[in-house]
Design a protein around this ligand. Structure first.
Ligand code: PLP
Length: 285
């Protein structure tokens, strides 16, 4: 696989970064994951805009313009022959050459930028989407700037492992009784045909897929409500689903062992998946 590191396209085994990189030492970095279908990038503009916001919030310099990032994404997709898959991008606060809590001077310590592709043939028609996924609830003990897409992913990884151990596929995180989001996706329930998902704030990541799905849902005259919902309300919902760049719209069929509806993907979740895939393919670049 050909990857990108700080201006160079290299075979992955030749790509190297410093052991003093603050991404490695302090999880001082941000990332984006953009999906590729039919060789084209989905929602690239949204991901680039969120990346810029994450960098600004952390007072980190952008090592490339949006146009340059698009060019790198496209080059990697082409060099690796990706038809369906993902492009991962990470920017960290560079390698100051020693370990220190204070941020290094960006003039002498440039940020580190890394991109690589993941090949996922048939990404859009996964068996998981047909069967739906099972989730468990876990407490949300993450920091309170979840709107910034940082590489601090230890707790979400632990949540995913808790789900696996419990025989489920993923975890929904709960704070004060309310669902915040999934370990790596935004969470929704459906009640009486209405799509309910948590309102945007610093408590959740502002999902690019979420924004697109809600827009398409409203355009299709589906009812959308952005509000908090409790995990108890979720267990009594007609349907549930999650969204993310890598899973698009994924039906949830079970929460903490409680089956929703008849335990198969709901009508609204299936429709949203179809609409999202159709519509976002049209604007893929
Ligand atoms: N919430 C969290 C915590 C995530 O990690 C992700 C994706 O990685 C999402 C939501 C979904 O965001 P997006 O639709 O932009 O992929």
């Amino acid at each position: 696989r050909i990857v990108y590191v700080n201006g160079d396209y290299l075979p992955e085994e030749e790509a190297k970064i410093s052991i003093f990189d603050r991404g490695f030492l302090m999880a001082d970095g941000v990332y984006e994951v953009t999906s590729v279908l039919d060789g084209k990038l989905l929602d690239f503009g949204g991901h680039a805009a969120r990346l810029e916001r994450s960098l600004t919030e952390l007072d980190m310099a952008a090592p490339a313009t949006t146009e340059e990032l698009l060019e790198i994404h496209r080059a990697l997709v082409e060099k690796n022959g990706i038809v369906d898959g993902l492009v991962y991008l990470q920017i960290t606060r560079g390698a100051p050459g020693d370990r220190d809590f204070a941020f290094p001077d960006p003039a002498t310590t440039p940020s580190t930028i890394v991109l690589f592709t993941q090949n996922k043939p048939g990404l859009a028609d996964s068996p998981q989407a047909r069967a739906g996924i099972k989730v468990i609830s876990v407490p949300d003990i993450r920091w309170h700037r979840r709107d910034i897409k940082t590489v601090q992913l230890l707790y979400p990884s632990m949540a995913k492992m808790m789900a696996k151990k419990a025989g489920a596929d993923d975890a929904w995180m709960v704070e004060d009784g309310y669902v915040t989001e999934g370990s790596s996706n935004n969470a929704y329930i459906v009640k009486g045909g209405k799509i309910i998902t948590r309102q945007l704030s610093n408590d959740i990541l502002h999902g690019i897929t979420r924004a697109a799905v809600l827009r398409f849902a409203r355009e299709a005259q589906m009812e959308v409500e952005e509000r908090n919902f409790t995990i108890d309300e979720a267990k009594e919902a007609d349907e549930a689903l999650v969204t993310s760049a890598s899973s698009f719209v994924m039906p949830v069929v079970e929460i903490d062992g409680v089956a929703l509806g008849d335990g198969t993907p709901g009508r609204v979740a299936r429709r949203l998946r179809e609409i999202y895939l159709d519509e976002s393919r049209k604007t893929a670049i």
